[in-house]
Ligand binder design. Structure first.
Ligand code: CTP
Length: 419
């Protein structure tokens, strides 16, 4: 029987907020909603987070640094130097110190500067040095929110992995009614708690992911390939790493970079190379994801020197089948391993995806249909349905690829919890 003091300790641990002990940079910009940031700051500090406030010069027109430093227990940073002492504030150190950066409220101007790298104040400079996750809670008038320039900048930020906490609809500072009101501080706090709770979700898990296209060489200068850019696979790798997993990414030729130190990346070119490089990481993985758009066929032979056209009127190519990486590796699946494939379909989408799930011995298939606008190769968004081997399925709305990656991770987490 646990004694009363032990019960108290267990209860305290259960009740402890996931923000406890976390280092958070809270960015505040010049909008009416800045007054709500005080509540957010209080919630963070009360629940044990260490918060460094960075405020833009116009933010100070709305809320005084004195209030913010009293609540956070730290001097508020706004300029590159402290005027009277000349002390330099290092945005690089702040970026490294932070476990999370939250900008609330984020005005249209700050969003534009962040999207375009205009580092003319301490806040945007800190953002550019931030290594960890960044969330922004936009707040502006409805016309500004609806302007194509704001949508464009938000889309760029999403693409860069920034999480947007969508503004709510309601009465705005202008007394107009519409979308643009900053999300309530309690809800932003809840999202921050969820983020840190999720960070531990995949801790200790080994994850292997194939991504991008494969190139099948015809001669030294030509290949057969496809339009895959690897965005979905890389977004998954980033999100799994953020959730604490140990990720190996086996990637076909893509121009995207991965600078997350928690991702081990193996670059390959052809389907045969991808299979070879995937054998070991998938054998060791708890979770395996096949997000690559593998070329199903390759030229039967490859010329060692450039194929010349002189004297050749027409040409036909003999293609031979490539290995099916997902089917080959899933045939060796051990108990407890979870393997998930993708299915990009143009027609009979559901039927085809269900058939792939079965045929390839997968635990789930993420279906994206080219019939859906915004889904498929090269886009920053995706619209998916997850089909599970037990017959259950879930359809999601159109989202950014990073958000889709989070949905897939949540889905896997829920399946595991139910086991
Ligand atoms: N896949 C694979 N190796 C291949 C072909 C596909 O690993 N040679 C994987 C993909 O990464 C994806 C799943 O299998 O997770 C389904 O891929 P898809 O291209 O949709 O299906 P195919 O099996 O190639 O069938 P088809 O192209 O005829 O639709």
């Amino acid at each position: 029987m646990p004694r009363p003091r032990q019960i108290t300790i267990i209860w305290q641990l259960l009740m402890e907020s996931s923000v406890k002990g976390k280092h958070i940079v809270l960015g505040i910009t010049g909008g009416i909603a800045a007054y709500k940031s005080v509540t957010l700051l209080r919630l963070l500090v009360k629940n044990g987070a260490e918060v460094q406030v960075v405020i833009t010069p116009s933010g100070k027109e709305f809320i005084t640094p004195v209030t913010l430093s009293a609540l956070s227990g730290k001097p508020v940073v706004s300029e590159f130097f402290t005027a009277n002492t000349g002390e330099w504030h290092s945005h690089v150190d702040l970026g490294l110190w932070a476990d999370l950066m939250v900008i609330a409220p984020a005005t249209a101007s700050t969003i534009g500067k962040m999207a375009n790298g205009i580092a003319d104040n301490m806040l945007v400079t800190t953002y550019l040095s931030a290594k960890e996750h960044v969330m922004i809670a936009p707040a502006m008038d409805l016309d500004m929110m609806a302007h194509p320039s704001t949508s464009r900048n938000l889309a760029l930020l999403r693409q860069d992995g920034v999480e947007i906490i969508e503004p709510a609809a309601g009465e705005l500072a202008s007394h107009l009614i519409g979308k643009g009101r900053m999300e309530e501080p309690e809800n932003i706090f809840r999202r921050i708690e969820e983020y840190f709770a999720g960070e531990r979700k995949m801790a200790g898990k080994k994850v292997a992911i194939t991504a991008g296209p494969t190139y099948e060489k015809l001669d030294p200068v030509r290949f057969i390939g496809n339009y895959s850019t690897g965005k979905m696979g890389l977004a998954l790798a980033e999100e799994f790493a953020d959730a604490g997993a140990d990720v190996t990414l086996i990637c076909g030729p893509v121009s995207l970079k991965t600078d997350n130190p928690k991702i081990r990346r193996i670059d390959v070119e052809s389907a045969e190379e991808m299979l070879k490089a995937s054998e070991e990481p998938f054998a060791k993985a708890d979770i395996g994801i096949f997000a690559a758009a593998v070329a199903d066929y390759r030229p039967e032979s490859r010329a060692d020197s450039k194929i010349k056209r002189e004297g050749v009127e027409d040409m036909s190519l003999k293609l031979v089948k490539n290995p099916d990486i997902a089917a080959t590796l899933a045939a060796k699946k051990r108990d407890g391993q979870q393997f998930i494939g993708f299915a990009l379909e143009t027609d009979h989408a559901h039927e085809n995806a269900a058939a792939k799930l079965k045929k390839k011995n997968l635990d789930a298939v993420v279906l994206n249909s080219l019939q859906d606008k915004g889904a498929g190769f090269g886009t920053d968004t995706n619209k998916i349905t997850i089909l599970c081997a037990d017959g259950s399925e879930k359809t999601y709305p159109l989202k950014s690829k990073r958000e889709v990656a989070r949905d897939i991770i949540d889905f896997i987490g829920r399946v595991n919890a139910a086991r």
